[in-house]
Design a protein around this ligand. Structure first.
Ligand code: FES
Length: 170
C-alpha cells in the first residue's frame, strides 16, 4: 500500500508547513496529522513524513520514540491512558487500572483481542485537580472511580461518542 496523505490532509499539511520557516520545524504537527489518518506510525509512515519534511528518517524515529502521544503500533479503537502519577495514584488510579485489567482481560500496554481497547499507564496528564484522570484517545475523563469507569467502558463499547472532555464521566 502506498503511504500518502489524502487530499484533505495534503491541504492541511501545506497549511501547517506555511507556518514554519524551516520544514523540519513542522515535524510534530505533521506526525500528529499522519497519526490521525493512518492511526499509528509504522516505519513506512515515518519514512513518508521524513520525505515530506526533507529530513533524515532517524530524526523522525527519534521524535516518535520520545513522545508518548505518538502510537507506534495499533492500540485499538480506544486507548485508555491511565495517569498513575502521585495525585492520581493517591486518588485511586490503581483501582482504575485493576478494573480495566479485570474487565477487559488485558495487562499494561496490551490491546484487547477485538482491538477495541488498550491500557497504557502514563505520567501526569496535567489535570491533577480532577484526579484520577483517564485519557481516552484525545479526551480527558476526570474525577473517575471504578464504577464511573465501568460505565464509560460500556458506553464506548456501545458506540456512544464522547462529546467533550470528561463529559461522560462527570
Ligand atoms: S497526577 Fe494525574 S493528572 Fe496529575
Amino acid at each position: 500500500m502506498t503511504i500518502c496523505f489524502n487530499p484533505q490532509n495534503k491541504l492541511r499539511f501545506e497549511n501547517t508547513l506555511a507556518k514554519y520557516e524551516i520544514k523540519a520545524s513542522a515535524l510534530l504537527p505533521t506526525l500528529w496529522l499522519a497519526q490521525e489518518q493512518f492511526e499509528f506510525l509504522t516505519p513506512e509512515v515515518m519514512d513518508y513524513v521524513a520525505q515530506l519534511l526533507e529530513m533524515p528518517p532517524a530524526h523522525v524515529y527519534e521524535a516518535v520514540t520520545f513522545y508518548i502521544m505518538y502510537k507506534k503500533r495499533d492500540m485499538g479503537k480506544f486507548c485508555l491512558q491511565v495517569c498513575n502519577n502521585i495525585t492520581c495514584s493517591m486518588m485511586g488510579s490503581e483501582d482504575l487500572i485493576r478494573l480495566i485489567k479485570k474487565e477487559l482481560h488485558i495487562g499494561l500496554n496490551e490491546v484487547t483481542e477485538d482491538k477495541m481497547f488498550s491500557l497504557v499507564p502514563v505520567q501526569c496528564l496535567g489535570s491533577c485537580d480532577t484526579a484520577p484522570v483517564v485519557q481516552v484517545n484525545d479526551d480527558y475523563c476526570e474525577n473517575l472511580n471504578p464504577e464511573k469507569l465501568r460505565e464509560l467502558i460500556i458506553k464506548l463499547r456501545a458506540g456512544i461518542v464522547l462529546e467533550g472532555p470528561g463529559i461522560p464521566c462527570q
